[in-house]
Design a protein around this ligand. Structure first.
Ligand code: NAX
Ligand code: ADP
Ligand code: K
Length: 504
């Protein structure tokens, strides 16, 4: 959610159901307290830092709830009294009438002494309402908290961190854990803001799900994969599960296309053909006994034309892995855009070779899927990588809408966008995947799932989930994030598929 979407949801909830802002604040404070209780012990001393907006309002509820439950809590209001208004003021009064003392920040030294004694700091100073650089006293208090070693829990969003993308300059509080209210904000998933959150959980505050506007974005979870995973019929045959072709490879990079092919075979594709250079075939064929090979025209060790291929035999294709960026291969890419029937996935070098023809290519009637990492996407849209990293949701959405394509922007938070602008984020995986070859494996998994699924969007999200979960599982047992190889990932696929797959 963006901050604006959160405000709209709160507003609609209040207008349509009669829930009041103060009820939502009570719900939020109690839900956060329940989550906080899983992190703290009764003997620990806790400080709740309370700001002037509704995030501060949540802080009064949290301090009261924890005190009611027997925790040792000091509540600190860090702004002057006149800043506390509306629902927050109501909850401040309830706090005081409950018989609890409130500390007022007058000079930083006293707060610093208290912070030094605290085991846990709860940051309820600013939430999604933050605008621009922090002003006093927030800037100073955040600096004090960041200097201390106490375990820090942020409410909704760490103070100072923007909720939305495209903001690069800010002072933020570093939390060990963030209890996110109602829905994760965009900044949870961005490289330059995610580290402020620490670990995060989302708590429900009783918003009426039927009444509030649907989000255009979704966080893809395991339950989504379970409910959308393609089933295999008992009477199915190899033709029922898709005939795919992978096009790529070159003299320098024979392994890429081999990994894509092997991953597709391990992901349930019915039949797979490999179109690669003649010198690549003998190198990879011994490891890919199940695949067939297709002759393609080449020039100087690079693929140049696929006019000999009978494309009508295939239900979908993946192109670009290990292909090289030789200009002679551009013709091949053009032919493929014209001729492939069914989903067409373009990765790696294919993305570079297609750039000049983007407008023409977007006229395909079947789904086209681009799977860039941020560097490749930056090249496609003529922006810098930092610009892509700061605004990945809106840049990929604009691109997908403009060219009518699916985009899978890969990374620790992979963002999948449909040509209609729907987005989902998939967060499985770990730094063991930050190695050459991981993307080739992903392309194979995606092609196989695209050919077995009725929904392109589900296939892409599920493919990313299978890929990331496989890395997580392998690094829990046999491997570490250091030694994990892309080929290990392929060998780890069976274990992941066993947990999701079923037959009817
Ligand atoms: N319906 C509601 O009222 C609900 C609100 N919730 C909480 O309310 C929060 C949002 O509340 P608000 O909109 O009041 O926003 P904040 O609590 O983030 O506070 C915004 C206020 O902080 C000040 N401020 C903004 N930028 C600043 C800066 N750079 N330096 C210093 N001060 C700055 C401004 O005076 C602004 O009014 C959420 O994050 C969540 O914690 C939840 O309780 C859920 C329900
Ligand atoms: N630190 C990380 N955490 C989680 N996933 C990662 C991380 N680094 C890379 N990945 C995943 O690994 C894959 C890398 O793809 P890519 O960069 O195209 O690799 P290559 O082209 O070298 O095969 C993507 O699916 C990406 O999401
Ligand atoms: K906060």
């Amino acid at each position: 959610m963006t901050a604006q979407e959160m405000y709209e949801r709160d507003k609609v909830a209040i207008q349509t159901t009669g829930l009041s802002g103060s009820m939502l604040m009570e719900n939020a404070g109690r839900a956060v307290s329940d989550d906080v209780e899983t992190k703290i012990e009764k003997h620990q001393s806790v400080i709740v830092l309370i700001g002037g907006g509704n995030n501060g309002g949540d802080g009064y509820v949290i301090a009261r709830t924890l005190l009611n439950r027997g925790y040792q809590v000091e509540a600190w209001q860090v702004v002057s009294d006149h800043k506390i208004q509306g629902d927050a003021l109501l909850h401040k009064e309830i706090f005081i009438k409950s018989g609890y003392p409130l500390q007022q920040l007058e000079e930083l030294g006293t707060l610093e002494e208290s912070l030094e004694q605290a085991d846990v700091v709860i940051d309820s100073m600013l939430g999604i309402g933050v605008k621009g650089q922090l002003r006093p006293p927030f800037k100073e208090v955040v600096a004090l908290v960041n200097k201390r070693a106490a375990y820090t829990i942020a409410v909704d969003i760490p103070t100072g961190v923007p909720a939305d993308e495209s903001v690069s300059e800010f002072d933020g509080l570093f939390a060990n854990h963030t209890t996110v209210i109602a829905a994760p904000k965009i900044s949870v998933f961005l490289e330059h803001t995610s580290s402020y959150y620490g670990e995060w959980t989302v708590v429900d505050i009783g918003l009426p799900t039927k009444k509030i506007p649907n989000s255009r974005r979704k966080l893809w979870g395991k339950s989504d994969t379970l409910s959308t995973f393609p089933t295999r019929q008992a009477h199915s045959h190899k033709g029922s599960h898709g005939k795919g072709i992978v096009v790529g490879g070159s003299f320098q990079m024979p392994g890429s296309i081999a990994m894509t092919a092997k991953a597709a075979l391990r992901s349930g594709i019915g039949l797979l053909t490999i179109a690669t250079t003649s010198n690549t075939v003998p190198l990879i064929a011994p490891f890919l006994q199940e695949a067939t090979f297709q002759q393609v025209t080449e020039e100087g060790g690079f693929l140049s034309s696929a006019n000999v291929v009978d494309w009508s035999q295939y239900n979908g294709a993946a192109i670009g892995m290990g292909m090289g960026r030789n200009q002679g291969s551009t013709t091949l890419v053009e032919e493929i855009f014209d001729c492939v029937e069914g989903p067409l996935l373009i990765d790696a070098d294919g993305l570079y070779l297609m750039k000049d023809g983007l407008t023409q290519y977007s006229k395909r009637k079947d789904p086209t899927i681009l799977t860039p990492h941020p560097g490749e996407f930056a090249h496609l849209i003529d922006r810098s990588i930092p610009e892509v990293m700061q605004s990945p949701f809106c840049l990929t959405r604009d691109f997908a809408l403009q060219y009518g394509v699916y985009v899978v922007l890969k990374g620790p938070s992979t963002i999948i966008t449909s040509p209609r602008g729907e987005q989902c984020v998939e967060v499985s995986g770990n730094a063991g995947l930050a190695k050459g070859g991981s993307g080739d494996v992903l392309s194979g998994i995606l092609l196989a799932l695209l050919l077995q699924s009725n929904s392109v969007f589900d296939a892409l999200a599920n493919g990313c989930m299978i890929h990331g979960l496989t890395a997580e599982r392998l690094t829990e047992s046999r491997h570490s994030i250091y030694d994990l190889l892309a080929t290990d990932l392929i060998e780890g696929l069976p274990n992941t598929f066993r947990t999701f797959s079923s037959s009817t």
